[in-house]
Write a protein that binds this ligand. Structure first.
Ligand code: GLU
Length: 308
């Protein structure tokens, strides 16, 4: 009997954009929004929106609504309801319980100052935890944060823009924080729990998070989640060579005023060749072009000064 050809089912892409409401949308975050949007929509995939508003001391009142409003004006429309991290803490708590149940979590009594004194090196990701409380709290120390024990193993993945990346967690970051001393669940844990819970299988974001990805892959594997595909985009820099950021005083994007121009600049920044006839086209038309023509091969690795 002839072999029957089984149709191969390609899973639908589920992408997401996950801004932190620490200020309005700026060019740097728009690069992630447009890149993740085009790559998710390209194959008819879903594009979700998550508001990373857990770090309450840094949240700026009104910023989340402004971000959502700008995205809507630009035509970057998302699927389903916005996932507000501040309303999802029970999920993070139960993931932490699960990791604790596996014996992977320990209480840490070190203050930032202790770490500055005792951490042997500062890696690219900040201070490398020296392991002070990993075998139990030293006498007289009170539990502050909770950390996960990391193995002496390299975590590797293939990034859609940067190619093969690997990092030995123990050397690069050490046992990292899952719950901070102020009780707030750490970004690494919340992002992993949410990406898995919402079925995200394609993570597109700025290259400043490339170094966080091995930690996230490690957490996904500890929690038994399937791994998403990671794509990190070049960072938009300000004139002084620093990453454009809200803290850096990046100009706010006014979707009504800048519409098409800013989307075009974003696509140009991502190495896409927007045709000249689309000069002056509205945002929606440029996004449509981006969804149809976005070519990952053209995205440069190099972070550079944005022309906006
Ligand atoms: N909230 C992060 C930011 O605004 C992005 C996190 C992510 O995409 O995983 O930089």
């Amino acid at each position: 009997m002839a072999d029957t050809l089984k149709p191969t089912t390609v899973p639908q892409v589920v992408g997401r954009f996950a801004p932190s409401p620490t200020g309005p949308l700026h060019f740097g975050s728009l690069v992630s929004a447009v890149g993740s949007y085009c790559l998710a929509r390209q194959g008819g995939g879903r594009w979700l929106l998550r508001m990373e508003d857990l770090d309450t001391p840094r949240v700026v009142p009104g910023a989340a609504d402004k971000i959502l409003n700008t995205l809507e004006i630009l035509g970057l429309t998302w699927d389903g309801p916005v996932a507000w991290q501040s309303r999802r803490v029970e999920l993070y708590r139960s993931a932490l319980d699960e990791l604790r149940g596996k014996g992977l979590v320990f209480a840490c009594g070190c203050s930032r100052q202790d770490l500055q004194v005792s951490a042997p090196h500062a890696g690219e990701e900040g201070l490398i935890y020296p392991g002070t409380c990993r075998r139990g709290l030293p006498p007289g120390r009170q539990p502050r944060a909770e950390r996960i024990r990391v193995p002496e193993l390299a975590v590797g993945f293939c990034d859609g823009v940067f190619g093969a990346v690997d990092q030995c967690l123990a050397d690069a970051v050490g046992d990292f924080v899952l719950r901070r001393a102020d009780g707030i669940f750490a970004y690494q844990l919340a992002a992993v729990v949410d990406d898995a819970a919402t079925g995200v299988n394609q993570v597109v974001r700025g290259a400043d998070l490339l170094g966080s990805t091995p930690r996230q892959i490690f957490l996904h594997s500890c929690l038994g989640h399937p791994l998403p595909h990671y794509i990190h985009l070049p960072l938009a820099l300000a004139q002084d060579g620093e990453k454009i950021s809200k803290r850096h005083g990046a100009p706010e994007i006014d979707g009504t005023l800048e519409g098409g121009r800013i989307i075009r600049q974003t696509l140009d920044f991502l190495g896409q060749r927007v045709p000249l006839e689309l000069q002056g086209a509205p945002a929606g038309e440029l996004l449509h072009w981006g969804v149809t023509h976005f070519d990952l091969e053209r995205v440069p690795q190099l972070s550079r000064v944005a022309a906006c």
